[in-house]
Structure formats: structure tokens, C-alpha cells
Write a protein that binds this ligand. Sequence first.
Ligand code: MN
Ligand code: MN
Length: 471
Amino acid sequence: MKNTKPKKSELAFERKNFWKDAPPVEQKEAMDYAVDYKEFLNQAKTEREVTAWAEKLLKKHKFADIHSKAGASKVYSIFRGKTMAVAILGSEPLSKGFNMVAAHIDSPRLDLKQNPLYEDSNTKLACMRTHYYGGIKKYQWVSTPLSLHGVIVKQDGSVLNISIGEKDNEPVFIIPDLLPHLAAKEQYSKNLNDAIDASKLNVVFSGMVQPSGEEKKAAKAFALQALNKAYGITEADFLSAELQLVPAVKARDAGIDSSMVVGYGQDDRVCAYTALTALIANQSQKPERTMIVYLSDKEEVGSNGATGAHSVFVQDFVADLMAYKGEDNSSANLRKAFINSYILSADVCAAVNPNYPNVHEIENAVILNYGIGVSKFTGPRGKYGCNDADAEFSAQVLNTFTAAGVFWQTGELGKVDEGGGGTIAYILANLGGHVIDCGVGILGMHSLYELSSKADIYSTYKGYKVFLANK
Ligand code: MN
Ligand code: MN
């Protein structure tokens, strides 16, 4: 008689290591996929730069601005230059629901203050004051080369895009740390969080002085003169500007096997990139359900404001899609569209760090190289403020991944009561949609050089691609 009892290996769940179990052709695809990804990380370091980069890519693939022409089936909308949504229209009405992957494109950084420039009276150096954005560990931002990015709107209304320090022949900026010889009282006696005070995160901007000798603050005068000469700006132009300091170095392969990527702002540009390229890879399909990729801003500071996920922009975009398709986009019908939607909240997860395994519970933590990380819920202290994806939708997503041969694993953000955090999942779930968190596991999240695995990046791309195309 044939033994029909399932084998032990079929009863227990075990996640699979991509480098052990993926076919060689997929392993090669994973390595190849990361080449353009690194280039993207280097070219687009701020939310404005990501939207500009994405628009260029979308135009190349014949996506049309939703406000520019009717009749296209591939459309996008950019809002205030900092957030965007892209869609491939399906044959079904949107009120029956859509498939969305939603990532964010802002990353922790140092913003210049509105009145940034001052001359240090002791050293006669011109310096710039900063105000950090998002959850940074302040000690990481000293003694590291920084580049300056952003936008200055001059008093005549003209807009100046700034990028200094990315090209090899451009200068970079630095916040000099205190030498160890003199750090005993100032730093070593304090805890890690207080050792670098936010008021000491001032960048050295320039060192020369105005030669006339009459200027009281000759170093500041020189800096203003140089800025005026190079950009035609005055000190008052800083008051309204958005200028951001980010790590000046480039994304690189990491590890002797080059199986990983180290780079700034992979939270959450890795999910933005995988989502966008997944959508584009689906462009020849004639889908039933409309596929949408939504890239939000301000996630690192609570998703508020016109460009954050709490904004009406994403609802307005779906309403525009309905109008574009000639569908009733009344408030009631728009609500139906969201209520019937399937959404992946595409954000990075905290992978287990070999130096700090005890902040996780390993069986419920994401590990590098085991594929896209799925988190049913987030939220600290008893799941506080979480979106808890329902079992039906969670199973649907995991089954979709399994059927398509996507490497996946599940995990929570750390051990219970160890800490925690959240994403934009609950914001979209508040609109009634089915939402679950899933994305790439990262080591050193929010640091200047986050580490990711090419296996997980590729698995995430593949996962988003099959999810978007789901019926
Ligand atoms: Mn994130
Ligand atoms: Mn983050």
C-alpha cells in the first residue's frame, strides 16, 4: 500500500535561502538586477530627485502624465515634486478594486536650518546649522563626507536645483567630530544618544575670508560672496529654501561575493525602485485590475502634510483614474475602490544583525538572503497603532508568492517590548483596503550605509510584480 502520509519536511515550515535553493539563472538575474539599482541610489538621494528620476524613466516607457492627455493606458501623476503615483489601467472598473504597492521616497538626513549660515567667532570658519530629519543616530553623521541637495526659490521666483558633492570634482562637506584625546568630558562621560548634541551638528561650509579687511565677519562675508557668484543668491534666499545634507558616497557592492549592496537611503528607496520596475515590467499585460505604484513622502516624520501618505493626494489620484476611464468617481464609488483594493505597504524590515541578534526573536525575524520579508503587523508595546492584516489577505499574498516561486519569509520588527515602529500600512488600511507590510530586510536601517542582500531585492521585485498582476 502506498504511504500517503505527508513527509516531515512537508509538515514543518522552513524558509529557504535564496543562494542555496534558487535556480542558478535566478541567482544571476538577482546579481544583474542590482546594477541599475545601485545607479538609481546614486542618482536620486532625495524625494524630489526620486520623482524627477522616476518621471524620466516613465516617459521613456511611454507613460503619460494623467493631466496631459486622455487615451493612454499607462499614466502617472506627480504632486508638489515630492510624491507620485503611477498606474497601468485594468479592464475592470476601479470600484471593483485595484492592486497597489505603496513605498516612501524620503530618507533620514540633515536639513539645513532656515537661517543656516554663521561665522564661528573662535575659528573664523563659516558654518551651516542643521536640523535633523527623521530617526537618525546623531553620532553617525559626524566625520563623514556629506553632499548638499535641494531647492532654492529665489526672490525673483526662479527655482534653483542644488546638488554639490556628488561628482568627484566637487567639494563635500563635513561635521568634524571631536578628537579622542579631548573627548573624555564632552563625550565619553555621556550616553550614546547625548554624546553628540544636535546643536553641534554644524557643517563647516568654507574657510576663506573677504580680503578687504573691513568686513566684521569676513568669513561669512566670503561665503555669501562665493554663493552669490556661483548661484546668484543672497542670505535671504536660504530662509525659504529646502536644503538637505546626505552621505556623499556612492552605493557599492558589499561582501567578497558581492552578494550585497551597501548604500544610503535604501529605506525606502529599495522598495520604491523594486515597485516601480515591477510595474514597468508588467506594462505589456492587459490586466483586469488596475495596477498602481504609490510613492509617498514624509514617512520618516509621520506621513503628514500635503505630500505624506495622510494627504488626499492618493485618493485624488484614484478619483482621477476613474474619471479618466469614464467611471463614476463620486465619493461613494471612490470609497468602494479603496475598500476593494489589495495593497502592499512596501517598506524595509529590520533584518537580524549578526552583532545584535538578541533584539529579535529569530523564528519571527527577517534574515538576509531568505527573500521578501512579510510583516502581518507592526507597532510597539502590544501592536500599538498597528495595521493587522487579516488572515484571508495574508494567506492570499503568501500563496501568490509561493505559486510564483518568490522567496519569502515573515518577521516582526524586533522582539516583543524591545522597541518597534510603523509604516504607512495603517493609513491606507484606514481607507478600507486590504493592506499588509512587505519589503526588503535591511541591516543598519537609518544609518548612512544600509546593507541589503541582492537576493532579497530581487525577491521583492519579483513579489511586487506578481502581486500587481494578480486578478
Ligand atoms: Mn521606511
Ligand atoms: Mn525609516
